[in-house]
Design a protein around this ligand. Structure first.
Ligand SMILES: [Zn+2]
Length: 467
């Protein structure tokens, strides 16, 4: 079976080229200007993508698919479908599940679900501590060895396939909570370094959180809360940088949200520490004053609901759409993150796609933390950062696709011989983000009602259309 994706602008080796992509046996077989011979070949199915863009599929190193344990929020099927619809071909699932994937036995259910239901490549994280309780470390060596066996096909547990069900270990993380005890983190890093693995850390020190629900700033004041401090994030980043330096462990910081963390990471990189980090679209495009404005608008609108300026769209979901962990911070923090992506301090953008049920999120700022992102992140960033001239389209692809694949050892990129994991976008299409069109079970996103450019029109995994 051969498929020819013709006449698109294709992102290959760092820039765009107007060319044709021939896919055969799941890999990119050739990139070529002339297609006359191929187009005449009846064994080749030709799809015309004139005027469209083809990107290497996005790689999201931070999603929550809630299976096993919380299937009413999301599952591997709906989560991976949402990924495909957003242009993602690879997603890494966080371990705050039930059971927590802290042993081979406790990872089995998730691995089976991935194998049976995922339509994109889903790579699970194992936890750092048992039950993510911070009290006992997992058996890193046993878990790493098991995945090596899976990868080599030396175990019968899961049939080795070159399809979307091929499973690889993302790394180790206690996402959802910080590893508070420095001695445990030091031992974890020492052992993971010996395995050549990576630790992705959610940095949050509970004892100095200072407050709850939102960032400690103008919004917190208006709502009458004591807000969440910036130190609760950056002090753990600071500690972990020292530990990574000492142990040599490959270290990645999840969802960086404060200017202090950006500065610490910038300095650590200069000193040669093996560190990378991600931030999320909401930290790059929103500050707590924006959220405050939305709160005031909602108060004024009352039960009528807020009508946004964009085509008269009426907001359907409540203020819970602005609650996630870490919280949306100040304008100074947002600006520091923009500088961070520009100068390479911030390596990549992850969604932290974290769906909850309608009932849970309807509690507004008192509900659980987490918003969805897979189906709107590229369009909001393309519209908010590329169309406005803050960064180039090439840079956005680098942040969403190339950098995460390099750091987390994913074979990726549109080049001859590579797996055909790619996505097709129409960048001219303009529309309003409406969560009711999403495949995810989650509905709460801070970008509801936003007018954007860029619609994902197809996604291919190992050469097969998955959306
Ligand atoms: Zn987290």
């Amino acid at each position: 079976m051969k498929t020819l994706l013709s006449n698109a602008k294709v992102f290959t080796h760092g820039s765009f080229l107007e060319t044709n992509v021939l896919i055969e046996d799941g890999v990119v077989f050739s990139l070529s200007d002339s297609i006359d011979v191929l187009a005449a070949d009846p064994s080749v199915s030709v799809i015309d993508y004139s005027g469209k863009y083809i990107f290497p599929g996005f790689v999201d190193v931070h999603v929550h698919f809630r299976e096993p344990g919380f299937l009413y929020k999301e599952d591997i099927a709906t989560g991976s479908r949402a990924a495909a619809r957003g242009g993602y071909t690879h997603v890494f699932t966080m371990p705050n599940l039930n059971p927590v994937p802290d042993s081979i036995e406790n990872m089995n259910e998730e691995l089976k679900a991935i194998h049976e239901k995922a339509c994109v490549k889903v790579y699970p994280y194992a936890s750092i501590t048992k039950g993510e309780k911070g009290e006992e470390l997992v058996d890193f060596e046993e878990i790493a060895e098991y995945f090596e066996l899976l990868d080599d096909g030396r175990t019968e547990d899961f049939e080795k396939k070159t399809s979307a069900s091929a499973i690889k270990l993302a790394g180790f993380s206690d996402d959802g909570t910080g590893v508070e005890d420095g001695a445990y983190m030091e031992e974890a890093m020492t052992r993971v370094a010996a395995l050549g693995g990576i630790i992705s850390a959610h940095c949050e020190i509970k004892s100095i959180l200072g407050g709850k629900n939102v960032h400690d700033g103008v919004l917190a004041k208006e709502l009458g809360y004591k807000g969440i401090s910036s130190e609760s994030e950056w002090k753990m980043v600071e500690r972990d940088i020292a530990l990574s330096k000492e142990t040599g462990c490959r270290y990645h910081v999840c969802h960086v949200s404060t200017k202090e963390s950006v500065e610490l990471i910038r300095k650590a990189k200069k000193e040669g520490v093996d560190i990378t980090c991600e931030t999320g679209p909401h930290y790059l495009l929103l500050n707590d004053e924006d959220v405050l404005a939305e709160v005031l608008k909602a108060k004024q609108a009352g039960t009528e609901g807020v009508i946004t300026g964009t085509d008269g769209y009426k907001i359907k979901y409540g203020l819970g759409r602005f609650k996630m962990n870490p919280p949306i911070r100040s304008e100074e923090d947002r600006k520091a993150l923009i500088e961070g992506i520009k100068d390479g301090t911030v390596d990549m953008i992850a969604t932290d796609h974290a769906p909850h049920s309608l009932e849970e999120k309807s509690k507004g700022f008192d509900g659980p933390m987490g918003v969805v992102g897979l189906e709107c992140t590229f369009p909001v960033l393309y519209t908010g950062l590329v169309k406005t001239g803050v960064i180039t389209l090439e840079k956005l692809i680098d942040l969403m696709s190339i950098k995460p694949s390099e750091r987390f050892d994913v074979e990726h990129g549109i080049e001859v011989g590579a797996p055909a994991d790619l996505t097709v976008y129409d960048l001219d299409e303009e529309y309003v983000i409406d969560p009711d069109t999403f495949a995810t079970k989650g509905r709460f996103t801070p970008f509801e009602g936003r007018k954007v450019f860029g619609r994902c029109i197809a996604t291919y995994v190992d050469g097969k259309p998955v959306f």
